[in-house]
Design a protein around this ligand. Structure first.
Ligand SMILES: Cc1cc2nc3c(=O)[nH]c(=O)nc-3n(C[C@H](O)[C@H](O)[C@H](O)COP(=O)(O)O)c2cc1C
Length: 123
């Protein structure tokens, strides 16, 4: 299921999206970066117990950052109980990290259909 981490009811500032896009492109183009799309996703369960794992970024824009996961996984259960989450990219070759905090929601069913119907290009 594609999920999106964003600021509820708001679009991200244009400058933040453009800065992320520039840094992401730097990471994708750098041969020393193995997988620019890998990011840590931290969640917390209903009692606040944190957990963290790597997921892959599938797309991003002013609406947020999209990744796929199984809603019945531990992270899926955490997010149902507590949709607050944090993402962190780290690209050692660039000496850069990007931290993102927000609320995770399912993408719209129309968008989900597109994600599953069309092979996604590498970002
Ligand atoms: C490089 C890498 C990429 C991964 N990408 C994803 C992903 O996009 N979505 C996902 O659900 N799990 C992904 N995983 C697996 C998760 O890290 C995690 O082990 C799995 O989803 C179970 O996590 P959970 O028990 O916390 O729900 C990836 C693991 C690695 C090492």
């Amino acid at each position: 299921m594609p999920l999106q981490c964003n600021t509820p009811g708001q679009e991200l500032p244009r400058q933040a999206v453009e800065t992320f896009r520039a840094w992401y492109e730097d990471a994708v183009e750098n041969p020393l970066v193995d997988d620019a799309s890998a990011m840590s996703l931290a969640t917390a369960n209903h009692s606040g117990r944190p957990s963290c794992r790597v997921v892959l970024l599938k797309s991003f824009d002013a609406r947020g950052f999209v990744f796929y996961t199984n809603l019945n996984s531990r992270k899926g259960r955490d997010l149902r109980a507590n949709p607050g989450a944090a993402l962190c990219f780290y690209w050692p070759a660039l000496r850069r990290q990007v931290r993102i905090e927000g609320v995770v929601t399912p993408v719209t069913s129309q968008e989900a259909d597109v994600y599953f119907a069309v092979p996604r290009q590498r970002l």
